[in-house]
Ligand binder design. Structure first.
Ligand code: DC
Length: 217
């Protein structure tokens, strides 16, 4: 059976960095499930479809052409690596992600990532819904203010024009939407190791997760 570690948590908790580092450490596959929702949000926008047109949104989820080429992400052959990382793209992702039929449509796609020797899956419902039998489930969180500060730094480094106060408001809004939706809400999976990274460094979080993984490998 493929070994799977799931890392779930809110935006800015550090789960992307931790997941990528873990996947590199073990030489395992990596699933950035948020990217799939971000890509879908963008594809829907580009086609001028409303998020309430569920059947059409699902059709796009089932047919859109996505390629991961090294660090780059292509949507219908177009390089959208930076476009899907904006706050607007994150908010649009969170809107399509609230549609139950969309989540169902993306399930098989996500399951395909579970291949030997192992998988690190990053998202909101990786441990609770998509990979409930994962060997280790982590729920990584941090205060909204700390997460906004981290996002601010990341986006600034990319040369994007952002404001920390607006980011905090957006992060809180997105948390509310992700936590209160009817399907697969953002919650710690049963049996998850809950880590609050507010005052921990990336290395400290990584070490705690590696320690826990070591007990189960
Ligand atoms: O992790 P992220 O910020 O790239 O995710 C963008 C949005 O996608 C997030 O606000 C909620 C949604 N999402 C989800 O509902 N389930 C996942 N497994 C991953 C992301």
């Amino acid at each position: 059976m493929t070994k799977i570690i799931t890392i779930d948590g809110p935006s800015g908790s550090g789960k992307g960095t931790i997941s990528q580092r873990l996947a590199n450490h073990f030489g395992w596959h990596f699933l950035d499930s948020g990217a799939l929702y971000r890509l879908l949000g963008l594809a829907v926008n580009r086609q001028g479809i409303g998020y309430d047109e569920v059947a059409r949104v699902v059709e796009i989820a089932e047919t859109m052409s996505v390629e991961f080429v090294g660090e780059r992400v292509l949507l219908e052959g177009d390089d959208v690596t930076d476009t899907i990382r904006t706050e607007t793209a994150g908010n649009n992702a969170s809107k399509v992600a609230a549609i139950p039929q969309v989540r169902a449509a993306l399930l098989a796609w996500q399951h395909d990532y579970a291949k030997p020797p192992g998988l690190v899956a990053d998202g909101r419902d990786m441990g609770s819904v998509v990979f409930p039998d994962a060997m280790l489930k982590v729920f990584l969180t941090a205060s909204a203010e700390e997460r906004a500060k981290r996002r601010y730094k990341q986006l600034k480094e990319k040369g994007l024009d952002v404001n920390v106060r607006e980011l905090t408001v957006e992060i809180k809004e997105r948390d509310q939407r992700d936590m209160n939706r009817s399907v697969a809400p953002l919650v710690a999976a049963e049996g998850a190791l809950v880590l609050d990274s507010t005052s921990l460094s990336i290395e400290e979080v990584l070490n705690l997760v590696l320690q826990e993984a070591g007990k189960r490998l």
